[in-house]
Design a protein around this ligand. Structure first.
Ligand code: KG4
Ligand code: ZN
Length: 381
C-alpha cells in the first residue's frame, strides 16, 4: 500500500510517502519513498513559542513545495473542478493557487491512502493539513485516513528503518512533548487507555518556559539539556533543590507548572552566572526526569506492562532516556525509544500510524473530516 501523509499540527510542515506491507507485527515492512519537512522554529523563536496564525500561514505556503518534493513527477495533468477546489480551500487561498498550478503539470500518482493528522494540536494549523488532504482526496480520488498525532509518535518509537521492533503487550506509552505529557496503556495495537496526564503544563512547555526565564533560545529542551550535561561533567550542584511535583501521589497524573514557578522564584530579577545557569538547568532536568521516571515505574508495576515506549519531542532528551533505560532494565521491562532525530514532529510517523488504520479500513468521507485540537488518544480511565 502506498501512503501519503500530511502533518501540520504544530510548527513543522511535513509530508511523507511510504510503501508498506503486512500486518502489525513481524511481517510488517515499509520503505520510505519520500520524506520532507520544513521547520518554522526560527520564525517562532522570536515569540518564545508557537504563534498559531503564523503557523497556519507558513503551512499553507509550505505544503505544495513539500508535496512536489515527495511525490514523483508524473507527466500529464490532473483535471479538476475549479470551483469545488476553490470552495474546499477558501480559507487558504494561497494554497489553492499553488495547488492549482502544481496540478496543471502533474498526473495522478499511485496512492492508496492519504493519512493526515486531525488532532491534537493547534486547530488553525491542523485545519490547513486537513483541508489539503480533502483537496487531494477529491482531485485524485484517494481515500483519507485520519491519524491521531500522539498515535503517530508511539508508532515512530516502535519503528526501525524498514520494519517494527518486537513489542510485548501490555505496553505503556509515555508521551512527552510541547503539548502533551501522558501515560497510555497500550493493550494491543491500536488500543489505548490514558491512565495519567498533566493537570497543567506539558513537560516540553515547562522546558521551553524555563529556558525563556534563563534567556536561552527556543525550543528550550535542547538548550537546557546541553547546559545540564555540562553541569554534570563539571560537577556543578544546584544551591537549592527544586520540587518533584506529584511524585508520591497515588495516581499517574503530572504537574509541571509548580516546577516552572519554583525556577521563576529563584531566577526572577537576578542575572545568573554561567555556573548558576548550568546548575539550574541540571536541577530542572533532573526534577522533571525524576517525576517522569517515578510515575512510569509505578504504572509499569501496577499495570504489569512488559514494554515502555516513549515518544514526542522531549523523548529526544538524553538524560530522561538514560534514566528510563536504567530503571526499566533493573525491573526487566523492555524500553523502546525512537531515534532522537525522529522524536520530534515529522510525517513518517503519521504514515506509519495511518497505514495500520488503513488496514482496518478506517477511512473517512472527506466532508466528514474535521480538525480537533483536543483530540484524545484513548479514553481516560
Ligand atoms: O513533539 P514535538 O516536536 O511537538 C509537539 O507536539 O509539541 O515536541 C516539541 C517539544 C518542545 O517543547 C521542545 O523543547 C522539546 O520537545 N524538546 C526537548 C528536547 N528536544 C525537543 N525537551 C527536552 N530535551 C530535548 N533534548
Ligand atoms: Zn508532537
Amino acid at each position: 500500500m502506498n501512503i501519503l501523509s500530511i502533518e501540520t499540527s504544530c510548527d513543522e510542515t511535513a509530508i511523507s510517502l511510504i510503501k508498506a506491507h503486512g500486518a502489525f507485527g513481524k511481517d510488517f515492512s515499509y520503505e520510505v519513498l519520500g520524506n520532507a519537512l520544513l521547520s518554522q522554529v526560527k520564525i517562532h523563536s522570536q515569540y518564545g513559542g508557537v504563534f498559531p496564525n503564523l503557523a497556519k500561514r507558513e503551512h499553507a505556503k509550505n505544503l505544495v513545495p513539500l508535496l512536489a518534493q515527495v511525490i514523483p513527477t508524473i507527466s500529464g495533468t490532473t483535471s479538476f473542478d475549479h470551483e469545488m477546489l476553490k470552495t474546499l480551500l477558501e480559507r487558504e487561498p494561497e494554497l489553492f493557487d499553488a495547488l492549482s498550478l502544481y496540478l496543471k503539470e502533474q498526473g495522478k500518482p499511485e496512492l492508496d491512502a492519504i493519512a493526515v493528522t486531525h488532532g491534537p494540536g493547534l486547530e488553525p494549523a491542523l485545519w490547513v493539513g486537513v483541508n489539503f488532504a480533502r483537496a487531494l482526496s477529491r482531485v485524485w480520488n484517494i481515500p483519507i485516513v485520519p491519524v491521531n498525532h500522539l498515535e503517530g509518535h508511539i508508532a515512530m518509537g516502535l519503528a526501525t528503518t524498514n520494519a517494527l521492533k518486537p513489542i510485548e503487550f501490555p505496553a505503556l506509552a509515555l508521551l512527552i512533548s510541547g503539548g502533551h505529557t501522558e501515560l497510555d496503556l497500550v493493550e494491543d495495537w491500536p488500543s489505548f487507555k490514558t491512565i495519567g496526564e498533566t493537570r497543567d503544563d506539558a513537560v516540553g512547555e515547562a522546558f521551553d518556559k524555563v529556558a525563556r526565564m534563563m534567556e536561552l533560545p527556543y525550543p528550550g529542551g535542547p538548550a537546557i539539556s546541553g547546559l545540564a550535561q555540562q553541569a554534570r561533567e563539571q560537577n556543578f550542584e544546584p544551591a537549592t533543590k527544586l520540587p518533584r511535583p506529584m511524585l508520591h501521589e497515588q495516581n499517574y497524573d503530572f504537574s509541571f507548572s509548580g516546577l516552572k514557578t519554583a525556577v521563576l522564584r529563584l531566577v526572577k530579577d537576578k542575572s545568573l552566572s554561567e555556573h548558576e545557569k548550568k546548575a539550574m538547568a541540571r536541577e530542572f532536568e533532573e526534577a522533571a526526569a525524576d517525576v517522569l521516571v517515578g510515575k512510569t515505574l509505578r504504572a509499569v508495576e501496577e499495570c504489569g506492562a512488559r514494554t515502555v515506549v516513549i515518544g514526542g519531542g522531549v523523548s529526544a532528551n538524553t538524560w530522561i532516556r538514560s534514566r528510563l533505560n536504567d530503571e526499566l532494565e533493573k525491573i526487566g521491562c523492555e524500553f523502546i525509544a525512537p531515534e532522537p532525530e525522529w522524536s520530534t514532529d515529522n510525517a513518517l510517523m503519521i504514515a506509519l500510524a495511518g497505514y495500520f488504520r488503513a488496514l482496518r479500513n478506517e477511512f473517512i468521507e472527506p466532508a466528514d473530516l474535521k480538525a480537533n485540537g483536543n483530540l484524545r488518544l484513548g479514553v481516560k480511565v
